[in-house]
Write a protein that binds this ligand. Structure first.
Ligand code: AMP
Length: 659
């Protein structure tokens, strides 16, 4: 064996130690000399030593060193260490002895804390992000305070702001809505500041979204945010509505506005128009290296394989939670194309209410689609689990988010065709995002597929009559489906048309029957559903108008107070005639006119004696003219709503209502 290394020199720098030595006098006459480092942490005066353990790092390595130096990092501050450098060769094992090692004992210095490892956003609203983080792994002393540095992602990093706090959380207030911010946190001890953490990025909300915390305090949190939700929506709506004063009857004005909105809006490209659909995947979806993905558990079954949750850590970016859709083994070329087409579609969208694509893995198996993770899963199951727990304003907030996502899709000329609560995902902030962009192609190309989509029937209960009858899928048929989603939301995940058969549903719809308002559903919302279920697709509102309408309802919570009265969950049979309490159940004529944006005619109705809903529901177009409503558009609008009111009355009698 070799003799011991010579001239061991140590150099302590805070919690790192650099060691250097000279080669031994004798290498044992062999060429295979190398060095091993032994690290021991000791008590005072080198007593009670124990191995350093895993947290200490050696550079370039601890064993089989060829060079005569090593750097040892991540030691504890103010601690005694003994390091032994062993010279070894191929025969050292035969007769190991202390004469082959040299050692040194050092004391590390005071050191600043190590960086904070991760920052979480516990609560996000339009203007505030509540952050929380863990203490640094190596505090190296008592932490006196934390410093949070933040700036708008798109701004120059030098224009940052700093907040100091002694706790491990803070609220960053006064932020701009729908804006990404970058945050870094560092800790300070008596030894000074540690390094800033890596950047963590969070975006403020677009729609005031109440937070669902985990566990028991969620309802309290939800309720506490509602006030600000209403206020903020008032502000947005005030702006929008000051420019657009009535509901969707002002067709021309809206059409002009929509034309204007279309300018500069990208139009969606169908990946199947590409000769090689793989090219669409390359164009619209980022290829992710499989080594960046950690699959954690199975959370669902998709059409093509398992859906898992896991983590994605891209180089230079913070780790995020993701959902991972996998393509099961043994797929055909066509299945692979269909599977990846969802990513090519999703990758074209960028909106807070549309599920966000992180990327795809196509270069190795299994083929995967990686999207943002939505903690609360699909909306239908989420609502069933939380039956009755939300306020009407919260439910309208959910509907508003979905409508906003659908407006974005329709502006991009994308027709979803399978809009249903089961295809909406909900994150921990109660933000709803439209997902499931897989099936459009199946219906489009295959005449046989009108009644069989992936793995099942066309979703009859959610689909507009013209789409069922002759496959006329448009944004207007998506609006029909949206009306059904509204009904699902307001009934906390009830199955539309309950246990009726698909054939009975088609027949009932054709005969003019529509779903009644769910229990406690505001009349104004049921009216909006009925508008979405207009037989003539041109008479249905556009998504932009639905968003405005919902904003208006949130802005005026009184308009949501009026419900169908003491209705229980409806049964399938028609019931007895109108109840005497009908007027109070339906509210005043004045409220109704206000809810439909026709309050300007309040006096006309009163003067002509139409003071109760019972009187109003019998009005004809001539009656309208007679009481001074001359605009045909307004007459139509009021008559449509009168039909809704009639349906309300019938709903109080029974379950399905003809309109
Ligand atoms: P899909 O094939 O898109 O219908 O997904 C099947 C199921 O997996 C859904 O019903 C959800 O429960 C779950 N899932 C899909 N995507 C996500 C996601 N991004 N976050 C959380 N759960 C998801």
């Amino acid at each position: 064996p070799p003799t011991a290394p010579l001239h061991l020199i140590s150099n302590v720098n805070e919690t790192s130690v650099n060691l250097e030595w000279s080669t031994p006098l004798s290498s044992g006459g062999r060429q295979d000399l190398s060095y091993n480092v032994v690290c021991k942490r000791c008590g005072p005066e080198g007593t009670r030593c124990q191995p350093c353990g895993n947290g200490v790092h050696f550079s370039p390595q601890q064993l089989s060193l060829r060079a005569t130096k090593v750097s040892i990092n991540d030691l504890q501050a103010h601690t005694n260490y003994t390091f032994e450098i062993w010279a070894v060769n191929g025969v050292s094992q035969q007769s190991p002895g202390p004469e082959q090692a040299v050692s040194v004992t050092v004391t590390t210095n005071q050191a600043a804390p190590s960086p904070v490892n991760s920052i979480q956003a516990k609560d996000i609203t339009r203007h505030t992000i509540s952050l929380a983080w863990q203490q640094p792994e190596k505090a190296n002393g008592v932490i006196l305070e934390y410093e949070v540095k933040y700036y708008e992602k798109d701004q120059n990093e030098r224009s940052y702001r700093i907040i100091k706090t002694s706790s491990r959380n803070t609220d960053i207030k006064g932020l701009t809505p729908l804006t990404s911010y970058v945050f870094h946190v560092r800790a300070r001890t008596a030894a000074g500041y540690g390094e800033f953490s890596a950047p963590f990025e969070f975006m403020t909300n677009s729609v005031p979204a109440p937070i669902i915390g985990d566990g028991t305090n969620s309802t309290v949190l939800l309720v506490s945010v509602v006030g600000s939700v209403v206020l903020l929506l008032i502000l947005i709506s005030a702006f929008v509505i000051s420019r657009r004063r009535s509901k969707y009857s002002k067709a021309k004005q809206d059409a002009d506005e929509e034309k204007h909105l279309h300018q500069g809006v990208r139009i969606y490209v169908d990946p199947f128009t590409y000769e090689d659909p793989n090219q669409a995947v390359r164009q619209f979806a980022k290829e992710i290296d499989a080594s960046c993905i950690k699959i954690e558990k199975v959370i669902g079954i998709g059409e093509f394989g398992e859906v898992c949750s896991g983590r994605l850590k891209m180089p230079g970016k913070r780790e995020i939670c993701v959902a991972i859709k996998t393509l099961k083994a043994g797929y055909t070329d066509k299945q692979r194309r269909d599977f990846l087409s969802e990513a090519s579609i999703m990758g074209q969208f960028d909106h807070p209410n549309i599920i966000h694509l992180e990327g795809v893995v196509t270069k190795c198996k299994p083929v995967m689609i990686i999207t943002e993770y939505m903690e609360n899963g699909s909306l239908d199951a989420f609502l069933r689990k939380n039956d009755g727990r939300f306020t009407v304003i919260q439910l309208v907030g959910i509907l508003r988010g979905i409508a906003s996502g659908m407006k974005y899709l329709s502006d991009m000329s994308y027709v979803h065709r399978d809009l249903a609560a089961r295809n909406i995902l909900v994150n921990s902030n109660l933000v709803c995002k439209v997902s499931d962009f897989g099936m459009s192609r199946v219906l489009e190309d295959d005449p046989e597929a009108a009644y069989t989509t992936r793995g099942g029937k066309i979703p009859i209960r959610w689909t507009a009559p013209e789409a069922i009858a002759y496959r006329k899928f448009t944004s207007a048929s998506d609006v029909w489906s949206y009306g059904i989603v509204m009904w699902e939301v307001m009934s906390y995940g009830e199955r539309p048309y309950w246990d009726m058969s698909n054939q009975d549903v088609i027949k009932a719809i054709d005969e003019g029957y529509r779903l009644p308002p769910p229990m406690d559903c505001p009349v104004a919302l049921h009216q909006l559903m009925l508008d979405c279920w207009q037989r003539e697709r041109g008479d249905r509102p556009k998504f932009g108008q639905i968003v405005n309408m919902l904003d208006k309802l949130i802005r005026n919570p009184n308009s949501l107070k009026r419900t169908g009265g003491e209705t229980t969950r409806p049964s399938t049979t028609l019931l007895e005639p109108v109840s005497p309490e009908l007027s109070s159940a339906l509210g005043s004529v004045e409220d109704w006119l206000q809810a439909i944006g026709m309050e300007r005619y309040s006096d006309n109705f009163t003067a002509a004696g139409y003071t109760s809903p019972e009187a109003v529901v019998h009005m004809t177009q001539e009656d309208m003219g007679r009481i001074g409503i001359s605009s045909a558009a307004h007459q139509n609008k009021i008559l449509t709503s009168v039909q809704g009111m009639l349906s309300q009355m019938q709903q109080i009698q029974g379950r399905m209502v003809p309109v």
